[in-house]
Design a protein around this ligand. Structure first.
Ligand code: NAD
Length: 288
């Protein structure tokens, strides 16, 4: 049976630490960390993700400014708001909840001052990670993956790691962060031929495809570690679990060395990692 790589306890430890840091900032500097979240439109999934962030923020003493725009908002209106938040010294981090409506180009992310880019999605931050910076803000899921491997003392140095997914949000930054830690990297995506050959030969598989039951018994080998980032609606409506990962958990779990559950693996760490980035931003902005 595989070791279950659970994220919840690690998330709870991060929450405790950030709460203490928050109390210290208040008593020593009279400062309340503040995250601005820009939402354009009212997609239900986005509203749910924002609510999760608000709940976590509240639990650790962080203020959230939820800046809501109608779906018809123009790029200029959003850019003006970002400019104001950039200039507001009481705001330490700014994120734009993705996806944006199609009429707003993704380049709007670059309006965020990189020192407040706690989602790590500006070209500046992505460039720093590309260059191997260890101080750049990593996108939250990527930071969560590194926190998980550190917690379970999983070394990626010299390991063959296969990442499935090449999105700017998840696949690419996760792959780069692991490459920066010495992994020998393979990045697979929808056009990859013979995906199983790439996954079976890996020491570590990181799946961020968003495809339920993609990784079956035929895709894995003994002694592998699998980090499942995917979050998908369970295709089996009658099942107890509403959400599933990319891995066919029931059949793969008995075969490999270690595996993250979904839910309860990387998911809880993603929100916590965003707030770790925020506290790093506070430190950078208030350093004397
Ligand atoms: P995306 O759709 O932008 O990218 C998916 C990537 O996977 C693409 O590069 C695509 O080519 C590849 N892919 C899809 N199906 C594939 C297949 N059958 N074979 C090989 N490659 C395939 O999605 P995203 O934003 O990168 O998110 C990926 C997954 O991670 C989603 O399930 C999302 O919900 C989840 N996610 C989880 C967290 C978390 O906290 N755990 C955070 C963000 C995203």
């Amino acid at each position: 049976m595989a070791i279950l790589l659970e994220g919840k306890t690690i998330r709870d430890d991060i929450r405790t630490r950030l709460t203490q840091e928050s109390e210290l900032l208040l008593t020593k500097k009279g400062l309340v960390p503040c995250l601005a979240i820009i939402q354009v439109g009212n997609r239900i999934d986005s509203t749910t993700f924002i609510q999760q962030k608000k709940t976590f923020a509240l639990s650790i003493g962080v203020k959230v400014l939820h800046c809501e725009f109608p779906i018809t908002a123009t790029e200029e209106e959003i850019a003006t708001k970002i400019g104001a938040l950039n200039n507001d010294s009481s705001v330490h981090g700014i994120i734009i909840q993705l996806p944006l409506p199609t009429h707003i180009p993704k380049t709007i992310l670059n309006r965020i001052d990189p020192i407040k880019d706690v989602d790590g999605l500006t070209t500046t931050m992505a460039g720093l990670v590309w260059q191997g910076s260890t101080t750049a803000f990593l996108p939250a899921t990527t930071r969560g993956v590194l926190t998980l491997v550190d917690h379970y003392k999983i070394s990626v140095d010299g390991k063959k790691v296969t990442v499935i997914g090449k999105s700017d949000l998840v696949g690419k930054p996760v792959a780069l962060a692991l490459l920066n830690r010495g992994a020998t990297l393979t990045i697979c995506h929808k056009k990859t031929k013979d995906l199983a050959a790439h996954t079976k030969s890996a020491d570590i598989i990181v799946s961020a495809a968003g495809a339920s039951h993609l990784i079956t018994e035929a895709f894995v080998s003994p002694d592998q570690i699998i980090i499942d980032i995917g979050i998908n609606q369970n295709p089996d409506n009658t099942a107890h679990a509403r959400l599933v990962g990319d891995v066919d958990f029931k059949n793969v779990y008995p075969l490999v060395a270690a595996l993250t559950p979904v839910p309860g693996g990387i998911g809880p760490l993603t929100v916590a990692s965003l707030f770790e980035n925020l506290f790093d931003a506070v430190k950078n902005q208030t350093a004397e």
